[in-house]
Structure formats: C-alpha cells, structure tokens
Ligand binder design. Sequence first.
Ligand SMILES: [Zn+2]
Length: 212
Amino acid sequence: MSVPHTISVKCSVCGKSSKQTILLSSNRFGAPDLDLRPPQMMRGTMRWWIQECPRCGYVAKSLDDKTNVTSKWLQSAEYRACNDIDFSSSLAKRFYRHYLISEKQRNVNDAFYAALHAAWACDDTGDTENAVRCRTLALNELEKMIASGPSNEDFLVLKADLLRRTGAFDALIEEYQNKAFSSDLLNRIIAFQIAKAKLGDTACYTVADVEE
Ligand SMILES: [Zn+2]
C-alpha cells in the first residue's frame, strides 16, 4: 500500500510553511518499463515525489532543501512559463521546473531524473511531443553522467531506451549492435531495443515484454 502522509514544510527560499504530502511506503506490482519506470503502486504516486511552494514557486524533493536559486529567479518568465512549453499536465510542469532548478544548480543527476519524470507525466496525458522533448533533455543529462562517472551499465541500458523513444534509431543501432553487457538480462534488453529500433518503434515496453 502507498501511505500518503501530510506534513508542514518550510520553504528554504521564501520561508512560507505549506502542507505537503509525503509517501511513507509503496509497493510495486509487475515489471518496470525499460526506462526503469516503476510499475503500480509506485507509479501512481508521482505527484508526491516533488513539492511546489504555493507562494514562490520553488520546486524541490523537499521544500526545505537548500538552493542557490533566488525568489527573483523563480519569478522569471522562463521559469514561470516553463520556457513557453505548452505542457498538458501540471505535474509535467512541476518536474520541468525541477529540471530547470537542477540545471541552474548544475546538479546533473537531479536534472536527469526531473526531465525523465516530466516525460513520464507527459506520457500519462498523451502529450507525445513534450514527452519526446523531455526525453531529449534527459538524454543530454544522461550523456554527461556517462561521460563523467565510472562505467555504469544501467545508465547505458537506459540511454538505449531514450534513444529509441526519441526516434534516434540509427544512433541506437550503431552504438549498441556490438556491445556486450555483463548480464543475460541486459543483453536481452539491448537485443530487444535494437529489434524495435529496426522497426522504427517508439512505444513503451516493460522488462516483462523482453522476457516473452
Ligand atoms: Zn517558497
């Protein structure tokens, strides 16, 4: 069971306290998507993964998280209007704003997950165009993480899914066709991604689809 719990959190930017919902626990049923998106119940809890200050618009995993962004910057047109991207979901907007803040703070890891989660929120409202846009942003951040950190097979497998789902089929096939991973499952996921890329398929698949 997901157990939402309401607490009062003080915003580290403007000082206002607001009621926010946090999650005490959540179960997962079924297989994750190939971009590691968790199955239900966790999937249905996305709106509680991130908090938004009702006064100044600051967005953070917890509003008392310290930041170097100022309330003036949070009032900027780019931030308020999400760079004029016409998101169809308020949740996608909130994740996108977290992406903007994370970028501003040069926190590549948070920027990556914020963009990926914005893409998932777009998926849920059928906003295909902005889902691709957010996956492209996530891909940029992921490439920085891959370039700067130790070899991480999970990141490489995730990257293959982002390439396919943004329609970069040739790049996926070229980069992955001769790559071998340390586990059977990862090799099967990549073979699956290459097969789908060859068909020009951008759909969402789960790890269970690979096992079939
Ligand atoms: Zn605030």
